[in-house]
Design a protein around this ligand. Structure first.
Ligand code: OGA
Ligand code: NI
Length: 311
């Protein structure tokens, strides 16, 4: 089984209706899909891969060698334990946002310029994808983005980019690349390695690979879109496994609500043709949800909705 692949260029033209319907089906049944012909130039994507890999080699790899997961694994190996490293991930990661630009890696030539350019393009793609969701859900165009901006533009939505590497691991069965979780936020756009596998999603009780597809962008749904859609769209469990060879690169950009934004099932979806559907999720401030999420990221999401209701 493979994750569905959508030709996003078909969203304009004769096959628009069919493409919208395909994306709607992906959001309902998969929570994950890959976009090809998404409008981001291959030339830019090639540069992103190059600067990210160069940055890892120059600015990250030396630190990873002394990192917590490496130390913990070495301890287990020395003890000849057949246990597993718990509570940490075999991942090197840092975050890029508009707010922390002064702290971005600065020694890798072209890194900052290229990643800035990339983030501008990915942000535009996130907005396009959310507009497709608006339309598919029967909401006014721009609805999701407006909610994420706190209903006005004073509390701006958050756009972050996580640059991750999953370095080769001598004992991959003794660690997690990234423990299983659902994503907290809105829409996630992932640019994963062309070759090295690792990402899996839980589908009908089975873990299946998100197959590497050169220069595609993987889209997935976060918990907040699940709430807004009153459960029609689902955030899906995913994880990354560690591998003995290959340094998997993965660049995840996420478009999230402002911490001040109020999230609840869209009223338009609860009253349709005079029939009322009950709201399946509470109403809360996204910031409160995140306080719960930092404690419970690797646990099922349902108790998070319960916990946030009580705040
Ligand atoms: C994440 C995530 C997957 C990957 O950052 O939430 O699931 O492939 N990343 O890095
Ligand atoms: Ni995730």
């Amino acid at each position: 089984m493979a994750i569905p692949v959508i030709d996003f260029s078909k969203i304009e033209g004769d096959e628009r209706a069919k493409t919208l319907a395909q994306i709607d089906g992906c959001c309902e049944e998969w929570g994950f899909f890959q976009l090809i012909n998404h409008g981001i130039s291959e030339e830019l994507l090639e540069r992103v891969k190059k600067v990210a890999s160069e940055c890892y080699k120059l600015e990250r790899e030396p630190g990873f060698k002394n990192s917590k997961p490496v130390q913990l694994l070495n301890e287990l190996i020395e003890k000849k334990s057949d246990g597993k490293v718990e509570n940490v991930d075999w991942e090197d990661v840092f975050l890029l946002s508009d707010e922390n630009e002064d702290d971005w890696p600065s020694r890798t030539s072209g890194f900052k310029e290229t990643m800035k350019e990339y983030r501008v393009e990915l942000r535009k793609l996130a907005i396009k994808v959310m507009e497709v969701m608006d339309e598919n859900l029967g909401l006014p165009k721009g609805y999701i983005n407006k909610v994420f901006n706190g209903g006005d533009n004073e509390n701006a939505a958050f756009f972050g980019t996580k640059v991750s590497h999953y370095p080769p691991c001598p004992q991959p069965e003794m660690v997690n690349g990234l423990r299983a979780h659902t994503d907290a936020g809105g829409v996630i756009l992932l640019f994963q390695d062309d070759e090295v596998k690792g990402l899996q999603i839980l589908k009908d009780g089975e873990w299946i690979d998100v197959q590497p597809l050169k220069n595609a962008i993987v889209i997935n749904i976060g918990d907040q879109i699940e709430v807004l859609s009153n459960g029609r769209y689902k955030s899906v469990w995913h994880r990354v496994f560690a591998t003995p060879d290959g340094n998997r690169r993965s660049i995840a950009s996420f478009y999230n609500p402002s911490f001040k934004a109020t999230i609840e099932p869209a009223t338009e979806l609860l009253v349709k043709k005079d029939e009322e559907t009950p709201a399946k999720y509470p109403k809360f401030a996204f910031g409160d949800y995140m306080s719960v999420y930092v404690e419970q990221k690797f646990l099922p999401k349902e108790p998070r909705f319960e916990a946030v209701k009580a705040i």
